[in-house]
Design a protein around this ligand. Structure first.
Ligand SMILES: C[S@@+](CC[C@H](N)C(=O)[O-])C[C@H]1O[C@@H](n2cnc3c(N)ncnc32)[C@H](O)[C@@H]1O
Length: 285
């Protein structure tokens, strides 16, 4: 396991994923009943943007830095700015801190969760798990299992609350990650057909992504939404230029929010060049 998110924190794919994650969490908090977040590949939850790994790639400079340099109300309009506000309210003070930090998914979830909601994380890489414990371990709503994500997916689903979100955010360093993901997601969904499944992926070979969606649809997964954001031309073996989310059971109205957010984000994140996006129901709205 070589992947370290410190190289990538705050890049365009994180910005895309985390903005949409805030929209799902806000929806979950609209009903009084508690919910659970299961974050299968949690990471360390806070990333120092002056760390040599972040400096080496500079990916955050073409991600969160571009969004923060945008006047969102003037450029995107008030409705889109309102959808971005919860994300920006979490990120902006951290980036303005010393050192500048970027939040990962556990940090964002804990910020938007209520006192009775719960967060179950899995993280297998020892250094990331240590940092995650140091950053979130004092919060009573937080639990960490230093387990393989796919083992955690079987162990923690369905949660007692029967309301909530499963965030699956693999590093895609194993060549068969899509092939492992499809059956694992299907098994988890079968055990909890009303859960929200929020699965991040990179688009390097679009045919593998198509096969992943087709596999879930063929098995009968319902209410499956595909979101993608492209920020530059894709070059074989070049830097990641397109990213996506497969979301099962997105909240009502979430697709309309994505239709608003993605074209807005495509502009600054592509440096006002060739951004494009997809919002597509793959099975049943
Ligand atoms: C893309 S990062 C997660 C980022 C995080 N979800 C966020 O949005 O801030 C993937 C994480 O999964 C961890 N990881 C890799 N393989 C894993 C596995 N088999 N089980 C659990 N965690 C794993 C890596 O150490 C890394 O911290």
């Amino acid at each position: 396991m070589n992947y370290r998110h410190d190289f990538h924190a705050g890049n365009f794919a994180d910005v895309f994923k985390h903005i949409l994650l805030t929209r799902v969490l806000i929806h979950l908090a609209q009903k009084p009943k508690p919910y659970r977040v299961i974050d299968t590949h949690a990471g360390s939850s806070l990333y120092d943007l002056t760390d040599e790994r972040a400096e080496k790639t500079g990916e955050w400079r073409s991600g969160i830095a571009r969004l923060l340099a945008t006047d969102v109300a003037a450029d995107f309009g008030d409705e889109t700015a309102a959808l971005l506000e919860p994300y920006l309210a979490i990120v902006t003070p951290l980036i303005e801190g010393n050192p500048p930090l970027y939040p990962g998914s556990p940090f964002i979830a804990l910020r938007l969760m209520r006192p009775d909601d719960k967060l179950q994380c899995c993280e297998l890489e020892p250094a990331a798990a240590e940092r995650l414990k140091a950053n979130c371990g004092k919060d009573k709503r937080f639990r960490l299992a230093e387990l393989d994500a796919y083992v955690g997916l079987r162990a923690f689903i369905p949660p007692a609350e029967r309301r909530g979100l499963v965030l699956i955010d693999p590093p895609f360093e194993r060549p068969d990650e899509f092939e492992a993901l499809g059956p694992a997601v299907f098994e988890a969904w079968r055990k909890w057909t009303t859960g929200i499944f929020f699965i991040w992926y990179p688009v390097k070979d679009p045919r593998r992504v198509d096969r992943f969606f087709a596999g879930l649809c063929e098995k009968g997964v319902k209410r499956l939404l595909r979101l993608e954001l492209q920020i530059a031309a894709s070059i074989p073996d070049g830097p990641l230029a397109r990213t996506g989310l497969a979301i099962i059971n997105p909240p009502f109205g979430f697709d309309a929010q994505a239709e608003r957010l993605l074209p807005a984000l495509a502009s600054p994140l592509s440096n006002r060049q060739s951004g494009s996006y997809v919002v597509e129901w793959k099975s049943g709205e």
